[in-house]
Write a protein that binds this ligand. Sequence first.
Ligand SMILES: *Cc1c(COP(=O)(O)O)cnc(C)c1O
Length: 429
Amino acid sequence: MKLYNLKNHTEQVNFETAIKLGLGEKQGLFFPVKLPTIKPQELSKMLKMDFITRSTEILSKFISHEISKEKLYEYVKKAFSFQYPLKVDIKKDISCFELFHGPTLAFKDFGARFMAQMIQSFKKNNELFTILTATSGDTGAAVAHAFYGMKNVRVIILYPKGKISDLQEKLFCTLGGNIKTISINGSFDDCQKLVKEAFDDKKLKESIGLNSANSINISRLLAQICYYFEAFSLISKKQQKKLVISVPCGNFGNLTAGLLAKSLGLPIKSFIACTNSNDTVPRFLKSGKWKPKKTISTISNAMDISQPNNWTRIEELFHRKSWNLKELRFGSVSDDTTIETLQELFKLGYESEPHAAIAYRLLKDQLKPGEFGLFLGTAHPAKFKNTVEKILKNNILLPKSLKNRINSPLLSHNINPNFSKLKKFLIEE
Ligand SMILES: *Cc1c(COP(=O)(O)O)cnc(C)c1O
């Protein structure tokens, strides 16, 4: 698969390079030159396949020139070796599609684990990789578990000390082995700045084989296309005809993947782009003006992003497919309404968490008669135990993966936000 840089269309790379680089020149995102499509007849056959076989078919549409289907099947099987997504019915015309049954209890497991398999596949025998990434919570855990135990791959994760939940910290700072975690005495922005400084140090970058694993990596998006097909395969023919999918958005990777699924030929009628009070995109879709504001902290913290990176990919896709942005439904939900909605869902017998609750709320408000709605469950409620327990006044049971880690000691190092300190660590540890 050839990809071009959205900031400079003459820079073209193959899939392997796009994964290894992450971003192109001038921090431009990569986008496929060819958008493959699936004919209706082939689609109905694919919908009958099991998750791994079908996902291999989907991914091979993009990357079969670089990885054979047989090999790809093995990688996909390893990447998605956990409980598949589940559909949970909430009301007659609304269900939740739960994507949080992976090892780190958020949908990010799909993308991070597939990316890890791809890095493994493209790695030369003795090539050393250092994956350096900053996290505000869920990405760090997914990346750490995805690369855990991989030979010649070292993962270093920076996170702001005291600014992620205790459970989130336990999930990825207790692994040890090839996973090193460093708490930074500073903010998430300080962590991101350190990562950037490391990437700007060309000599360091080459000597330790520096690579990032952040959410703009094209391999992560491709992996996420697969579960939209799974969702479609789990609903009735009647529901398939009028399907609306509601997506809780932060960096807009998940929605990009859904739209790519549609561009392949999966006939999803409509998407709802949902945000919290960080509503740059909803305001843009209303007024046509791109005016990001300062990021606000909310109870749906994984969506606290006011300059979503993947938005340019969505605009490019609409342009390439000659779709009209007016057809994209959207909305934003305040913390107060999120709390109210969590309580409403609880009364319906469903224990949710703030991110999914936002998607449910906008779906319920915007669903038209005759339509069927799915909202994406992006994280397990236990990941936001304190917040959810306070709102629902109900105990949340911890799933096994969290329970197993809760008594393990934290293995994190701690440094001040100072690049020479980080550099010393990268060279010596
Ligand atoms: C990352 C994340 C999101 C936002 O997903 P994007 O792909 O960045 O839009 C939503 N909910 C949860 C729980 C997340 O971890």
